[in-house]
Design a protein around this ligand. Structure first.
Ligand code: PMP
Length: 415
């Protein structure tokens, strides 16, 4: 089946990271915590739809409403009630979301966030984090993979307009930001590096960056596409007492359907207003054919609704995450570093004197081949799926027994 896919698709896949050696299995169905492939192998899934499925695959609580909506219609292409419901839920839980615009991927959301920051400030430079991942937008496809020096792709222009700073290293980050201060439109940061190694930012780091950015009249963009509604009912910035200007959301707020969200303070978002502004004054933020389609809006709204009515889900999955991190460390006799926060965790096999992982350079210097072999062993022998090399996400469909099995399977592994 995969060779057929290879003939039809570049690399045989539809997202670069979905390919792994020797070849990825082909999925036929999913339910709860499981993925089932075309050979009928069942996997306990920790990839969970790019970490979007906090309630598991096809949770009944959401599914019934999505089916009802799809029976009515899955595409209006107009203003609809479902969108208003989701936006009311988001704006109540995420106070900075005074105004919202929907798109259908995180990539589009960060692309527009950058455009807004440039429009609002009239400046060109955007700062991002070494190892930060915000999707494939040409505006932010820089300094993703260590050593962060080489271009990530041909075909990208004006790369000099994006600069990058070292995560969790305030002194050196400020040094770089100061050099570009006059032309700095904004900084975009993930409060927990996702693709860059599942690494939480320290509060001091984000506070320090924010202070500089605001003094400099630049914009502070927090990319909460992974972290939004992942650890609590709302965003992480709130618990960190941060004051971002723009927040991007995705994944969980679409309940596993296509979504991207740009939200922010009213005075900033209104730069995107096309009714009263001249071309020379506005930021053309747009949207797309499938923006705010009623299927995604319903799936997102019902997911949030369920999370809101059952906050114990967060206690459960956050504590399972802690259990996973502790037990995996023990399973490898303390020879691994397990990073993460709440229900997100990632195992790193350190080498070259790496003892802690606080940025994605340290994560990249770990033994990535060993990690690939570890994840592949779990797939091939134990029916456990982590996208090789990526962090794992626990959903409400998982329980402690699943994690115990995963830990036991990990104990058997040796690089
Ligand atoms: N920002 C972050 C922090 C992400 O992790 C991702 C995707 N994993 C994106 C943006 C891009 O989102 P999408 O894949 O929906 O385009």
């Amino acid at each position: 089946m995969f060779s057929k896919s290879l003939k039809l698709h570049v690399n045989g896949v539809s997202h670069n990271i979905r390919f792994f050696e020797p070849y990825p299995f082909v999925v036929n169905s999913s339910a709860g915590k499981n993925l089932v492939d075309v050979d009928n192998n069942k996997y306990t899934d920790y990839w969970m739809g790019h970490w979007s499925l906090i309630l598991g695959h096809g949770p009944k609580k959401v599914k019934q409403y999505v089916i009802k909506q799809i029976e009515k219609s899955w595409m209006y292409g107009t203003v609809n009630e479902q969108t208003i419901k989701l936006s009311e839920a988001i704006s109540k839980a995420v106070p900075v979301a005074e105004k919202i615009r929907y798109v259908t991927s995180g990539t589009e959301a960060t692309m527009y966030a950058v455009r807004l920051a440039r429009s609002v400030t009239g400046r060109k430079i955007i700062a991002k984090i070494d190892g930060g991942w915000h999707g494939y937008t040409s505006d932010l496809l820089k300094s993703v993979n260590w050593p962060f020096k080489e271009s990530e792709s041909t075909g990208i222009i004006n790369e000099e307009k994006v600069i990058s700073i070292p995560y969790n290293d305030l002194a050196n980050s400020l040094k770089i930001l100061k050099q570009y201060a006059k032309n700095l439109a904004g900084v975009i940061v993930e409060p927990v590096l996702g693709g860059g190694g599942c690494i939480p930012a320290t509060n001091d780091y984000l506070k320090g960056i924010q202070e500089f950015i605001h003094k400099n009249k630049s914009l502070f963009i927090l990319d909460e596409i992974v972290t939004g509604f992942r650890f609590r009912y709302g965003c992480l910035y709130h618990t960190m007492k941060l004051d971002p200007d723009i927040v991007t959301l995705g994944k969980i707020v679409g309940g596993g359907m296509a979504i991207g969200v740009i939200c922010g303070k009213k005075e900033i978002m209104e730069h995107a207003d096309t009714t009263g502004k001249k071309k020379s004054e506005r930021s053309y933020v747009g949207g797309g054919t499938f923006s705010a389609n009623p299927a995604s809006m319903t799936s997102g709204y019902e997911t949030l609704n369920h999370l809101k009515s059952k906050r114990s889900i967060y206690e459960k999955i956050n504590s399972l995450g802690e259990f996973a991190r502790d037990e995996i460390r023990k399973a490898f006799d303390g020879k691994v570093v397990v990073t993460g926060k709440g229900s997100l965790f990632m195992t790193h096999f350190p080498k070259d004197n790496i003892h802690e992982i606080t940025n994605s350079e340290q994560a990249a210097k770990c033994d990535s081949e060993c990690l690939q072999r570890y994840h592949f062993k779990l797939i091939a022998h134990d029916g456990i799926f982590f996208l090789p090399g990526k962090l794992g996400a626990i959903s409400d469909a998982h329980d402690k027994e699943d994690l115990r099995k995963m830990v036991l399977a990990s104990e058997e592994f040796d690089c």
